[in-house]
Ligand binder design. Structure first.
Ligand SMILES: Nc1ncnc2c1ncn2[C@@H]1O[C@H](COP(=O)(O)OP(=O)(O)OP(=O)(O)O)[C@@H](O)[C@H]1O
Ligand SMILES: [Mg+2]
Length: 334
C-alpha cells in the first residue's frame, strides 16, 4: 500500500505537499530515548481549499504544523526525513534565509498560544507590520495603515490607538485576534491556523472564520486549520484528516469523513459531538485515554479503545486502506 497524497482525492493545483513527516522528541533528563510524536504523516493541500486537521489533545496536530515550516526546536525535536514541497519548492532543502522569506511573505501562521508567540516588549503595530515591511517592500507608514484596518476587520475597535499597545495591555481574546490579523496581512498563499478561535466567544469566532473564508475566496489562498471543534470542521473544511497518536487514521473530503466515516475513532469522535447543544446532553466520550509518546501500543494505536478491535489489530499496524468513501487506517476497511 503506497500512501501518496493522490489517495486523498485532491486534484489540480497543489500548493502544499507533505510526505511521510516523522518527528520525535528526546526524553531528556540524560536519557537518549526518543518518543515519536508524528509518524508518517502525508497530505496535500490545493489552492483555495481548506484542510482541517482534527484529533484529541496530544495526537500531534501542532507538531505536524510546526514541522511544515521547520519551526520546531531541534533538539529536543528530531526530524526523521519526510519532505515538504510548497509552491513547487522543497522547504527542507532551503537555506535559513530563504525559509524566512517564505515564512514572512508566502505563509501566515496563527500559533495555538498567542500569548507566548507575541513579543511582550514590542508594540502591537510594530509586530503586526514586520513581515510587510521586511518582506513585501511596503513603507512603515503604509504598513501601519494596513494594520489599523486589519485590527478593525478582526473586531478590535480604535485600531489607531491600539497599534501603540503592548501585548499585555490587551485581553487574551484580543491578542488572539492580533495574531490572526497579523497572519493575514501579507495575504499569504498558505495560512496555517492552529486552534485560532478557541479563546473567542461564538460571535467573534464566526466573524473571524468568515474573514478567513473571504481571504480564501478572494485570493485563492489555502488554509490548514487545526481544530477540535467539529462544528468548525463542518463550516470550513473541504478536506479532513483525522489524527490519532501521531498518524492520520482517516482522510478524505469533508462530506465523506463527516457522513461516511470508516474508522472507529472517527465514528467515536462524531458520536461525542453535542448534537443538540440546547439540551446540553452529555457527550458520549470515547472510553480510555490517548496514548502518549512513551506508551504507544503495538499494532493499531487505537485498539485498546476500539469497540471493534480483534486479534490482528493488537499485533499489526494497519496501513491506509481505500474504504467506502474515505481512506482509513483500519483493518476493518481492508
Ligand atoms: N517541545 C516538546 N518537547 C517534548 N515533547 C513535545 C514537545 N512538543 C510536543 N511534544 C509532544 O508531542 C506530542 C504531540 O503534541 P502536539 O502539541 O502536536 O499535540 P496536539 O495534537 O497539538 O494537542 P492539543 O490539541 O492539545 O494542542 C505530545 O505528546 C506532546 O507532549
Ligand atoms: Mg496543539
Amino acid at each position: 500500500m503506497v500512501e501518496t497524497a493522490k489517495q486523498t482525492g485532491f486534484a489540480g493545483n497543489v500548493l502544499l505537499e507533505a510526505k511521510d513527516l516523522r518527528v520525535g522528541f528526546m526524553r531528556g533528563g540524560g536519557s537518549d530515548e526518543i518518543g515519536v510524536a508524528v509518524d508518517g504523516v502525508s497530505f496535500s493541500l490545493s489552492r483555495g481549499k481548506t484542510l482541517c486537521l482534527v484529533g484529541e489533545s496530544g495526537c500531534g496536530k501542532s507538531v505536524t504544523a510546526l514541522r511544515l515550516l521547520r519551526l520546531l526546536p531541534v533538539p529536543p525535536a528530531r526530524l526523521f526525513g519526510g519532505s515538504v514541497i510548497f509552491d513547487g519548492q522543497d522547504l527542507d532543502a532551503m537555506s535559513a534565509t530563504e525559509l524566512r522569506r517564505i515564512r514572512g511573505r508566502q505563509t501566515g501562521m496563527i500559533f495555538q498560544d498567542p500569548m507566548t508567540s507575541l513579543n511582550p516588549v514590542m508594540r502591537v503595530g510594530v509586530q503586526m507590520t514586520e513581515a510587510l515591511r521586511l518582506h513585501c517592500g511596503i513603507s512603515a507608514q503604509e504598513a501601519l495603515v494596513a494594520a489599523i484596518d486589519m485590527l478593525e476587520r478582526v473586531g478590535i475597535a480604535n485600531g489607531m490607538s491600539r497599534v501603540r499597545d503592548f501585548p499585555h495591555q490587551m485581553s487574551g481574546g484580543m491578542r488572539q485576534r492580533v495574531m490572526i490579523g497579523m497572519s493575514m496581512l501579507t495575504n499569504p498563499d498558505l495560512l496555517i491556523a492552529d486552534e485560532p478561535t478557541t479563546a473567542l466567544d461564538v460571535t467573534v469566532q464566526k466573524q473571524i472564520l468568515e474573514l478567513m473564508r473571504d481571504l480564501l475566496d478572494n485570493s485563492g489562498s489555502a488554509l490548514l486549520l487545526i481544530t477540535h471543534n467539529l462544528g468548525i470542521v463542518e463550516q470550513m473544511a473541504d478536506e479532513v484528516a483525522i489524527m490519532y497518536s501521531g498518524r492520520i487514521v482517516e482522510q478524505g473530503s469533508a462530506a465523506a469523513v463527516l457522513d461516511s466515516p470508516a474508522h472507529p475513532y472517527t465514528l467515536g469522535l462524531l458520536r461525542s459531538r453535542p448534537r443538540n447543544a440546547a439540551r446540553k446532553q452529555r457527550l458520549e466520550a470515547i472510553a480510555g485515554t490517548v496514548p502518549n509518546l512513551w506508551n504507544s501500543p503495538n499494532g493499531c494505536a487505537f485498539h485498546p479503545r476500539c469497540p471493534s478491535a480483534h486479534e490482528k489489530c493488537r499485533r499489526e499496524r494497519p496501513p491506509l486502506f481505500a474504504a467506502k468513501a474515505t481512506f482509513s487506517r483500519c483493518w476493518l476497511a481492508q
